[in-house]
Design a protein around this ligand. Structure first.
Ligand SMILES: Cc1cc2nc3c(=O)[nH]c(=O)nc-3n(C[C@H](O)[C@H](O)[C@H](O)COP(=O)(O)O)c2cc1C
Ligand code: SF4
Length: 491
C-alpha cells in the first residue's frame, strides 16, 4: 500500500471512555432520524466486504456469523457490504441482481435484528462496477488482446504483417512501448484492461444512463422484500456511479462535463429507486468528499452534489474519500488492479504510518463542508462521517461541534465489534483498539477472508472456532465476556 513519505508513526488515541451515565447522556448514544430510519444511536458500521459470500454471490453461514457478531455490539446502523445489482458472475461478492438472492438476504436481516434485539437498523450497499481484466502476461497481451493499428505499423516503418508487429512489440523496452502504444493500450498492457464510463463507443457503456436506474431500483425493491431498513447507493470510490460524478467524466451526452450534468444519472437512479420503494424505506448514498487524484473532484464538487442529493430527498449522506483506480499500483501478472493501493486508497483508509495530519479524522473538514452546504440550503439530511474514528471523545466532539450527525467506524469495528456496547456500558477499558495497521485491508486487496491481526490467532484451536480457508486464522473475534449485570434495557 502507498504511504506518505513522511513516515510518521501514530498510535491510537482513544481519549477517555465514558462512564455508563456519561454514555447515556451523550450525543453519540442519542437517537437520530434518517428519513423513515429511526436510529437508536448515532453509531454506524459502514459497508465493508469481508469476502465471505459464496462463489455465486449468495449469503453463507460465514456471512451470517460475521454480521451477527457486529449486531451484538448494537450499533445504530449496520450497512451490509457492497452488493452487486446485476445478475452476472462476480466471484465471492454478495449479489442482489435476482429474486433468488432474496431468501438468503432475508436470513441476514433476521439475524441482525435478532442479535441486536431490534436495536440495529440494517441497510445494504448497492453497487455497480464496470469490467476490469487481470493483467495478462506480455506475450499473451500482444498475441491475443492488442488490436494492431496504423499507429503501430507506422512505428516500424516497414511492411510487416500484424503477427510480425505483435512479435516486434513484445521485444520493445517499456520506454518504447510508452511511445508506440496509446495511453489506453499501455494501461491494458501494464495494468490490465479497464472500462471507463467515458468509453461511449461501446454500446453497453453508452447505454448506462438508460439501464442503471432500473437495475438499482429492482435491487432496492429486493432489499425491501428481504427485510432491510434501507439501501445505501454506492456512489463512492472506484465504481460506476462515482465515475459519473467524477471530474474526469467528460461524456458529452448530458451525463458528463459540468457538475450539473455529472450528477444527473445519480439523481435519476435515486428517483427511480424512490419511485419503486416509496417513502417508508430509507434511501441514501455514499459519495466522496474528495477523489484525491489528479484532476479529481474537490470538496466544492462534493458540497454541490450533497445539496442536490438532499434536495432530491435522500434520507442520509454518507461521506468517504479517495479509493480510485486512477492511481492504483501496478498489479502482478495474473492479478487485477485494486483501487485502494495508491495515494487515493491511502486517503480512504489511512494507515498508522502517516504524515503530519495523521490517520485520524482526515475526512472531517471536507465532510463538515458538505454538511454546512446542505444545512445552508435548508436541508436537515443527516451526514455520516468515516475515517479513523475510534474513540468516544473524538466522536462526541465531532457531533457536538456540528461537523457530522452520525459517526461511522469501519476498522475499529472489525478490531472490536463489541466496542459500541462496551462504551455504552462504561467498559471502555475492555475495548480492543484498532492500530490502523491495514492488515485487514491487505487481505481485502487479495480477496481473502477479512480478519484482524489483533484477534485472528487468539485461541484459534479452541473447540468450535471456525478457521479461514488457509486454516491459519479464526474468522470471528473471541467473545467478550460482559459481566451479567451489564445488560442494557433488559436485553
Ligand atoms: C476490509 C474493508 C472492506 C471495505 N469495503 C467497503 C465497501 O464494501 N464499501 C464501502 O463503501 N467502503 C468499504 N470500505 C471502506 C470503509 O467503509 C471505510 O470508509 C474506511 O475503512 C475508512 O473508515 P475507518 O477509518 O473507520 O476504517 C472497506 C474497508 C475495509 C477495511
Ligand atoms: S487488522 Fe485490525 S488493527 Fe489492523 S487495521 Fe484492521 S482492524 Fe485495525
Amino acid at each position: 500500500m502507498w504511504r506518505p513519505k513522511e513516515r510518521i508513526k501514530y498510535q491510537p488515541q482513544p481519549g477517555t471512555s465514558p462512564t455508563r451515565e456519561e454514555a447515556a447522556s451523550s450525543m453519540l448514544f442519542s437517537p437520530v432520524d434518517a428519513g423513515p430510519l429511526q436510529l437508536a444511536q448515532r453509531t454506524w458500521v459502514p459497508a465493508m466486504v469481508p469476502w465471505r459470500a459464496s462463489d455465486d454471490g449468495f449469503v453463507t453461514q460465514d456471512i451470517l456469523d460475521w454480521y451477527e457478531r457486529y449486531a451484538r455490539g448494537k450499533p445504530g446502523a449496520l450497512v451490509v457490504e457492497a452488493t452487486g445489482i446485476r445478475d452476472i458472475p462476480s466471484g465471492p461478492l454478495l449479489r442482489i441482481g435476482d429474486d433468488r438472492f432474496i431468501p438468503g438476504l432475508q436470513e441476514l436481516t433476521d439475524t441482525v435484528r435478532q442479535a441486536s434485539a431490534g436495536e440495529t437498523k440494517v441497510l445494504i450497499q448497492l453497487i455497480d462496477f464496470l469490467r476490469i481484466n487481470r493483467r495478462a502476461p506480455a506475450e499473451k497481451y500482444f498475441e491475443r488482446f492488442l488490436q494492431v493499428t496504423d499507429r503501430h505499423r507506422a512505428f516500424f516503418y516497414s511492411q510487416l504483417s500484424d503477427d510480425e508487429i505483435r512479435l516486434k512489440l513484445r521485444e520493445l523496452t517499456d520506454d518504447a512501448l510508452v511511445e508506440v502504444l496509446t495511453d489506453r493500450e499501455y494501461e491494458a498492457y501494464a495494468f490490465g484492461y479497464r472500462e471507463r464510463v467515458t468509453d461511449t463507443h461501446l454500446q453497453h457503456i453508452r447505454e448506462l444512463p438508460d439501464v442503471l436506474p432500473g437495475l438499482f431500483a429492482a435491487a432496492a425493491e429486493r432489499a425491501k422484500k428481504a427485510g432491510f431498513d434501507g439501501v445505501e447507493l454506492h456512489y463512492a470510490h472506484a465504481y460506476t456511479m462515482a465515475s459519473f460524478l467524477s471530474a474526469l467524466n467528460t461524456r458529452d451526452d448530458g451525463f458528463g462535463g459540468e457538475p450539473e450534468d455529472r450528477v444527473r444519472l445519480p439523481l435519476n437512479v435515486y428517483n427511480e429507486v424512490r419511485d419503486r420503494v416509496g417513502d417508508g424505506f430509507a434511501v441514501g448514498c455514499r459519495f466522496l468528499t474528495r477523489e484525491c487524484i489528479d484532476g479529481g473532484n474537490q470538496p466544492d464538487d462534493a458540497a454541490f452534489f450533497g445539496v442536490e442529493f438532499a434536495r432530491a430527498g435522500m434520507d442520509f449522506l454518507s461521506l468517504s474519500r479517495g479509493g480510485k483506480f486512477e492511481d492504483a499500483k501496478q498489479p502482478k501478472v495474473g492479478a487485477a488492479a485494486y483501487p485502494y493501493t495508491g495515494r487515493s486508497g491511502y486517503e480512504c483508509m489511512p494507515q498508522y504510518i502517516s504524515d503530519e495530519r495523521g490517520p485520524f479524522g482526515r475526512n472531517v473538514p471536507a465532510t463538515a463542508k458538505v454538511r454546512n452546504a446542505v444545512r445552508a440550503a435548508g436541508y436537515e439530511t443527516p451526514v455520516v462521517l468515516a475515517g479513523g474514528i475510534h474513540g468516544f471523545e473524538q466522536a462526541e466532539s465531532l457531533l457536538q461541534s456540528g461537523q457530522a450527525d452520525i459517526i461511522a467506524s469501519a476498522r475499529q469495528s472489525i478490531a472490536d465489534p463489541d466496542w459500541f456496547l462496551k462504551m455504552r456500558l462504561g467498559h471502555g477499558e475492555d475495548i480492543r483498539l484498532c492500530i490502523y495497521s491495514n492488515y485487514c485491508e491487505a487481505l481485502d486487496t487479495r480477496h481473502k477472508q477479512v480478519t484482524c491481526e489483533l484477534w485472528d490467532r487468539e485461541d484459534k484451536n479452541a473447540p468450535g472456532v471456525k478457521l479461514s480457508n488457509d486454516g491459519k486464522r479464526r474468522l470471528l473475534p473471541p467473545e467478550w465476556k460482559a459481566p451479567l449485570s451489564n445488560k442494557l434495557n433488559g436485553n
